[in-house]
Design a protein around this ligand. Structure first.
Ligand code: NCD
Length: 324
């Protein structure tokens, strides 16, 4: 399939991403992965452009990854942290983005604890007639498109390092285990993995796995074994305690007893199974420490590495320019 030229202004959700867009994104990320392996990791693509990372919520991987990606493309990068900004003096989010707009920002990445904030910012900027591109870096429990894209790249790159493409996932069984209810990562992955032909199985306690998810095309399991049986890949998620009300779980120990991943439990999967986790990890809760640290099974560090190349690809496609 010949990839289509990129036409998107913003990346707010993966819900409407098409197969040719995934193909183009994976190919572009693959080129940037080669750039990142060179001694000189910088290309001039976004020289003179301003990328603002607007983070209203804590983040280690995503914010740093956007920063490294933008710097590798030679952009000027501004890292905004809400706790040390004028937001604490009562300034609204829109006034904050308008401030950066007045300083000439070209691309803004937005993370916020409430769903819909990146969409609202994109709308406000469009109303002002601006051409700034908005990337959703995780909004509430809604979506985390760049995590979905980096997970997709990690899987496809593992299956064919020379030509990572969406078709490689056709018919693969992927189990996503844990706190699905509060997970924007699960939602974005559901869209991308299914669009690439994978079979998505979701597993978790009923309080964290609403039955509505079956209407999105996934198969639901309230026990681990049928979800893991013959799985090609397993993705486990953190219990998002900051988004949980009381009484959703009896205890972390009981959760680990029923849903925690261990070497023993991964024996239910295919022999060549590999494990993903978006991080941050709570060791001994959603998975055993030994499993996380097992390089034969865990793809966690590859996910983090992929994140920079995938975000470079997105910034490049939104901002325009040449890879080399
Ligand atoms: C996730 C997030 O913030 O949505 N982490 C990430 O971006 N790598 C998942 C989480 O917080 O558990």
């Amino acid at each position: 399939m010949t990839p289509i030229p990129w036409t998107r202004r913003h990346v707010l959700t993966l819900r409407d991403f098409t197969r040719p867009e995934y193909t183009l994104l994976l190919q572009t990320a693959s080129s940037f992965q080669q750039v990142l392996a060179r001694r000189n990791r910088k290309v001039p693509t976004l020289q003179g452009r301003i990328v603002v990372n607007l983070f209203f919520e804590s983040s280690t991987r995503t914010r740093t990854s956007f920063e490294l990606a933008a710097k590798a493309l030679s952009a000027d990068v501004v890292n905004f942290t809400a706790s040390t900004s004028s937001v604490t003096k009562g300034e609204t989010i829109f006034d904050t983005t308008r401030t950066f707009l007045a300083m000439g920002m070209d691309i803004v990445t937005v993370r916020h604890r409430d769903s819909g904030v990146p969409q609202a910012i994109a709308h406000d900027l469009e109303q002002l007639g601006s051409t700034v591109c908005v990337i959703n870096a995780g909004d509430g429990q809604h979506e985390h498109p760049t995590q979905g894209l980096l997970d997709l790249f990690t899987l496809c790159h593992l299956l064919d390092p020379t030509d990572p493409r969406p078709e490689l996932l056709a018919g693969k069984k992927i189990a996503i285990v844990g706190d699905i209810l509060h997970s924007r990562v699960a939602r974005s992955n559901l869209w991308s993995l299914q669009a690439c032909g994978a079979e998505v199985h979701l597993a978790g306690p009923p309080t964290l796995l609403p039955k509505e998810f079956s209407s999105l095309g996934a198969t639901l399991h309230y026990s681990l074994e049928p979800a893991l049986e013959n799985a090609d890949f397993v993705m486990t998620l953190r219990l998002q305690k900051e988004r949980m009300g009381d009484y959703l779980l009896p205890s972390l120990r009981e959760y680990h007893h029923f849903y925690g991943l261990t070497h023993e439990r991964l024996k239910w999967c295919r022999p060549d199974v590999r494990l993903l986790h978006p991080g941050p990890v709570n060791r001994g809760v959603e998975l055993s420490s030994e499993l996380l640290d097992d390089p034969r099974l865990s793809l966690v560090s590859q996910q983090v590495t992929s994140g920079v190349a995938v975000r470079m690809a997105l910034l490049y496609l939104l901002g325009g320019g040449k890879v080399a």
